[in-house]
Design a protein around this ligand. Sequence first.
Ligand SMILES: Nc1ncnc2c1ncn2[C@@H]1O[C@H](COP(=O)(O)OP(=O)(O)OP(=O)(O)O)[C@@H](O)[C@H]1O
Ligand SMILES: [Mg+2]
Length: 267
Amino acid sequence: MQSSFKIAISGKGGVGKTTVCAVWAQLLAQAGLDVLAIDADSDPNLASALGVETDKCPEPLIKAKDLIRERTGAEPGSIGQFFKMNPYVSDLPEKYSYLVNGVKLLVLGAIKNAGAGCACPESAFLKALLTHSMLHRDEVILVDLPAGVEFLGRACVQGVDGLVIVVEPGMRSIDTARHIASMGKNMGISRVGAFLNKITDEEQIGEIEFQLGDIVVLGSFGYNPAIQAADLKRTSVMEGSSELVEALGRAKEKMIEVFFGGVGETV
Ligand SMILES: Nc1ncnc2c1ncn2[C@@H]1O[C@H](COP(=O)(O)OP(=O)(O)OP(=O)(O)O)[C@@H](O)[C@H]1O
Ligand SMILES: [Mg+2]
């Protein structure tokens, strides 16, 4: 059984990245795998999608100034100081992850508007933590990313087994998907798949598939207001729509088959 793989989930804003990440994390945990879900979005809400109550949502580690200062040797928010580019972080996923529905959740947050080369203690800290997790942890990791993979950095990308891009009907989302896929490929991620979400007309599936070129379509799901209603009530995405959970279950199987040659069919 494929019991350790690392998947980055990306796509344009609002397409359903967090929804896909939260459902897959719970399905894989239900199948008995160790799952670490990492929220690396600058506006983190994976906790809420996993069903964590608002007052219990863990603070993003990007805000843990004392910890960042302790590990990097520099004041967060500062520039032009010396700091450790490779701070010690290997104890942090265990210490700071929050267990919810069998999934370990690690909320990193991201540096708003920072480019790949941002040289600040927070950036070095988050990159080290993400890179350590992707390269050295022996479990399933799903990373909920903002649009793009530049945040991952070159070292981290070596640990990424596959990139899944969520796409909704619309050229902006398709263009973003193509851009993310080519960025990922340039950085060395060869397995790239797409999940088509919020489809309002079956004909859109073939059209988007055509537009996506060599990005493999792993599955699709229609627009369903019940999912948004569940989000409004802050309930877990698993409770929004059983059809969505089923569709994502099939897409997860296809992802494992396409990316890993079917070794995970028992997952
Ligand atoms: N198939 C669907 N039908 C209707 N609403 C959906 C569907 N999938 C997701 N949603 C809703 O769309 C909104 C955005 O979804 P989600 O937060 O998963 O997207 P995201 O890509 O992570 O967004 P962001 O870029 O803000 O992080 C949420 O309110 C979610 O409940
Ligand atoms: Mg999100």
